[in-house]
Design a protein around this ligand. Structure first.
Ligand code: HXC
Ligand code: NAP
Length: 289
C-alpha cells in the first residue's frame, strides 16, 4: 500500500463487471473536478462505462490530458480535459463555458477537488487552514454556482459533492479538512432546498478510507493499514465502490434523493479511533514523504 507517489494508480480497471444497466447514463455529460486522479479518475471511468461523456478538471493540465486519453481509450466515450483552479472564479467560469461549448450540456457535477495533509491545529498556519477551506468548500460552491447559472437552472441536473466523515466525531490532525468537508455537507442541504424546484438534486457522497489513493497516502495509510481491524467491514474501500455510488446517485434510481449524505465507508466512522500515540509516528512518516 505505501507508495511515494500515487500516479501509477491512475489507470483504468482491467476488468469491469456491470452492476447497473450499461447504458444507464447514455447521452449525459459529467463535469468532474479532480477527475485526473484518484477516486475521481475512477468515478470518471465508471460513469463513462455507463455511456456518459465527461469533462475532467484540475490544476495540472498534463495530468488531466494523460488521464483523458486513458479514459477515452478504455471506454470509447469522450472526455474533455481542462485546467482550472477551483479557488479562482474566473477559471471556473471559463471552464464551464468551454465544457458547454464542447458538449452543449452538463447533467452531472462531481465536486471532487480537495487538498489535505496531516497537521496539528497548534502548528497549522492561518494560510494552511484557509487553503484547505478554499479548495474544498469554496471550490465546491464556485463550481456549483457557475454550472447552476450557466446551465442547470434551466435544465436541471445532479450535483454530487465528495465530502468526508472526519467531522462526525472530530479527528486529530484534521482541524482544517474536517470543517471544510462538514461545510460541504451543509452546502449540500442548502442548495438542495433552494434548487430542488428547478429539477436539481444536490447530494454528498462521503467515502471512508479508500485504498490506492493520494488521500490515504497523505493521511498515513501505511500506519492506518495496520489498524484495518478497527473498521467494521475489516478493509479499506476501493475507488470502484465509490464510483458505483456515484452512478446510483446520478441515475434515475435516485430521482427522489436530495439534500442527504451517502456514506460509503465500511462503517469506519463509527469505530475509527483518535489514537494520540499514533500522532507522532504519523507526522514523522509524512515528513519523510
Ligand atoms: C502543514 C502545510 C502543509 C503540511 C502545506 N501547508 N502543506 N502546513 N503541513 N503538510 C501550508 C503551507 O505551508 C502554506 O501555508 C499553505 O498550507 C498553502 O500551501 P501551498 O503549498 O502554497 O498551497 P497550494 O499550492 O495551493 O497546495 C494545496 C495543498 C497541496 C493542499 C497544500 O497539498 C495540494 O495541492 N493538495 C492536492 C492533493 C491532495 O491534497 N489530495 C488529497 C485529498 S484527500 P503558509 O502559512 O506557509 O503560507 C482528502 C482526504 C479526506 O481530502 C479524508 C480522508 C479520510
Ligand atoms: P487526489 O487524487 O489527490 O484528488 C484530489 C484532486 O483534486 C486532484 O486531482 C487534484 O489535482 C485536484 N485539486 C486539488 N486542488 C485543486 C484546485 N485548487 N483546483 C482544481 N483541482 C484541484 O485524492 P483522492 O484521495 O482521490 O481524493 C478524492 C476526493 O475524495 C477528495 O474530495 C477527498 O477529500 C475525498 N476523500 C478521499 C478519501 C480517501 O481515502 N482517499 C476519503 C474521504 C474523502 P491537481 O493537483 O492537478 O489540481
Amino acid at each position: 500500500m505505501a507508495a511515494s507517489t500515487t500516479e501509477d494508480y491512475d489507470v483504468c480497471l482491467d476488468d469491469y463487471k456491470y452492476i447497473f444497466n450499461p447504458s444507464l447514463l447514455k447521452g449525459k455529460v459529467a463535469f468532474i473536478t479532480g477527475g485526473g486522479s484518484g477516486i475521481c479518475f475512477t468515478i470518471a471511468e465508471i460513469l463513462m462505462r455507463h455511456k456518459c461523456d465527461t469533462v475532467i478538471l484540475s490544476r495540472k493540465l498534463e495530468r488531466v490530458n494523460k488521464s483523458s486519453r486513458r479514459l477515452e481509450e478504455a471506454t470509447g466515450q469522450r472526455c474533455l480535459p481542462l485546467q482550472l483552479d477551483v479557488r479562482k472564479p474566473q477559471d471556473v467560469l471559463t471552464a464551464v463555458d468551454k465544457a458547454l461549448s464542447h458538449f452543449g450540456r452538463i447533467d452531472i457535477v462531481v465536486n471532487g477537488a480537495a487538498g489535505n495533509f496531516l497537521c496539528p491545529a497548534e502548528s497549522m498556519s492561518f494560510n494552511a487552514f484557509k487553503t484547505v477551506i478554499e479548495i474544498d468548500t469554496i471550490g465546491t460552491f464556485n463550481i456549483s454556482k457557475a454550472v447552476y447559472d450557466k446551465y442547470m437552472k434551466h435544465h436541471g441536473g445532479v450535483i454530487i459533492n465528495i465530502s468526508a466523515t472526519l467531522a462526525y466525531r472530530g479527528q486529530m490532525l484534521q482541524a482544517h479538512a474536517g470543517p471544510a468537508k462538514a461545510a460541504i455537507d451543509a452546502l449540500t442541504k442548502h442548495l438542495a432546498v433552494e434548487w430542488g424546484h428547478q429539477g436539481i438534486r444536490v447530494v454528498s457522497l462521503s467515502p471512508g478510507p479508500i485504498e490506492k489513493t493520494e488521500g490515504i497516502r497523505r493521511l498515513g495509510g501505511e500506519l492506518e493499514e495496520a489498524r484495518v481491524t478497527s473498521i467494521p467491514l475489516q478493509r479499506f474501500g476501493t475507488k470502484k465502490e465509490i464510483a458505483e455510488g456515484v452512478v446510483y446517485l446520478a441515475s434515475p434510481a435516485a430521482n427522489f434523493v436530495t439534500g442527504t449524505v451517502l456514506v460509503i465507508d465500511g462503517g469506519s466512522w463509527l469505530t475509527g479511533t483518535n489514537d494520540f500515540s499514533l500522532a507522532k509516528p504519523l507526522l514523522e512518516l509524512m515528513s519523510k514523504m
